[in-house]
Design a protein around this ligand. Structure first.
Ligand code: F0G
Length: 442
């Protein structure tokens, strides 16, 4: 918990920070008087209800997030209830026996942000906000723009110019947000937004908003439910601004406290090598201090050098015995292609989880018999340019490729499937088919 946890609406300051210590606030929830069995039954029964709040995979767990005075204010796009896919192929690649992917990319706007956004936009609506705003690497802004449009609010989006995936930019435009591409990076966008807070009547929807985390903790409830109320041994999440790892940690802690699960999963965070401030903090300062870095990675969603929620993430890592690892650009690209080859697919930032798992397994920090869940945060169609570049072997530089071990270099070549242009004849297609049939299946 933060220094001062608040739930009373009028006491929550606009910057969501404690007036005394300056730390980010957490929401506190009242004790639960229902029995675990009653809660489980109520949550499950809502899956067959036709009421819109029951159809939401966030609001069907509403006892766990009592953040609205009136449920009429819920703004929902039927988010959540996402699949937990078994990933036998990726398990082998990662060096473990049992692996699942919780695919948060299967949300209405294609990322895990929807679960948090339904919660925070509903609060914004209840408080009478007319403008909402965020700085984003692309997914938060897509989600905010969509939910603001549904709520009849206006949306201001600040994104780094040239450093977000096209799919995400296209979404914010389509959902009607005022989209400003600032000539800076994500961390620069956050600074401008902070300055704006005192000047414009906007409601802040970055993940420093604790109501976002309330929504983002619900995938933890879904995972537990999908695993018959057994927490997995290990949950692996990508780390950017570090709100998601915090939210999921809060979710599992709440379930443990309420007697819904018997143990916490270990929660590990994986960062890209070029955007690794938490990894460096954990390695060099035991997570006690964090030095911002100038971030650079093709996984643009997590191109973040000064993560706002790092202290919350460190608390979760400590409470669950989690690890922090970093992975290279080539490792991310290979892991993403493996997830694609499993028929699942995800955006680059999500693939750090599989690359990280493999590294942890090789270091002996993950045992083959552990039940492991990867949090796949974004849909494969968010960043088609990255995927096309990979398959046309234009993504990685020679130096990046050289960093891979021989076996992985071969795997990268084997997985790359550039589209072929052939004549419009059955003969030409047959030739391509026969050539492919000679190769071993992927
Ligand atoms: N994966 C994806 C696809 C993301 O979009 C993000 C963050 C993360 C992982 C990291 O999550 O920040 O909670 O540690 N995207 C934010 C955005 C920053 O603006 O869309 P985190």
């Amino acid at each position: 918990m933060g220094c001062h946890a608040e739930i009373s609406p009028e006491m929550v300051p606009a910057n969501f920070r404690c007036g005394q210590c300056g730390e980010l606030l957490d929401i506190i929830y009242p004790p639960q008087d229902k029995l675990p069995a009653e809660l489980r039954a109520a949550w499950l029964s809502r899956r067959v209800s036709r009421s819109s709040i029951d159809e939401s995979g966030v609001w069907r767990f509403r006892e766990a997030l009592p953040i609205l005075a009136d449920l009429q204010n819920v703004v929902t796009l039927q988010e959540g209830n996402t699949p937990l896919y078994a990933m036998p192929r990726c398990a082998k690649f990662g060096g473990v026996n049992l692996l699942w992917g919780k695919h948060q990319g299967m949300n209405p706007t294609g990322s895990f942000k929807d679960a948090g956004m339904t919660a925070a936009i509903s609060v914004a609506k209840e408080r009478g906000a007319s403008w909402v705003a965020c700085a984003s690497t692309g997914n938060t802004s897509a989600a905010m723009a969509a939910y603001a449009a549904r709520a009849g609010m206006r949306a201001l989006v600040l994104i780094p110019e040239g450093k977000i995936a096209w799919g995400k930019l296209a979404q914010t435009l389509d959902y009607g947000a005022l989209t400003l591409q600032l000539r800076t990076d994500f961390d620069g966008c956050v600074k401008v937004l902070a300055l704006l807070m005192g000047l414009a009547p906007i409601y802040l929807l970055n993940s420093v908003n604790p109501y976002r985390l309330e929504g983002q903790k619900t995938p933890a409830f879904e995972i537990a439910e999908q695993m018959d109320w057994q927490a997995p041994d290990h949950l692996i999440v990508p780390g950017g601004n570090l709100a998601n790892s915090s939210a999921l940690g809060m979710g599992f802690a709440q379930m443990l406290e309420w007697g819904l699960i018997e143990k916490l999963p270990r929660i590990s965070v994986i960062q890209a090598e070029g955007a690794n401030p938490l990894f460096a903090s954990w390695r060099d300062h035991d997570g006690k201090e964090l030095s911002p870095v100038a971030a650079n990675t093709r996984a643009t969603a997590i191109r973040i050098g000064n993560p706002a929620s790092w202290k919350k993430a460190v608390r979760v890592l400590r409470a669950t015995g989690g690890h922090v690892e970093q992975v290279s650009e080539a490792e991310i690209a290979l892991a993403k292609a493996e997830i694609g080859a499993e028929g699942i697919g995800c955006e680059p930032a999500s693939a750090v989880t599989l690359a990280g798992l493999r590294k942890l397994a090789r270091q002996g920090k993950v045992q083959p018999e552990e039940k492991i869940v990867l949090l796949l945060t974004g849909h494969v169609l968010k960043d088609p340019e990255y995927t096309l570049d990979f398959h046309q072997q234009k993504l990685l530089t020679e130096t990046e490729k050289a960093s891979l071990i021989a076996e992985d270099k071969t795997e990268v070549r084997r997985l790359a499937r550039a589209p072929q242009v052939v004549d419009a004849t059955a003969d030409a297609v047959m030739r391509a088919l026969e050539a492919k049939a000679q190769e071993a299946p992927q």
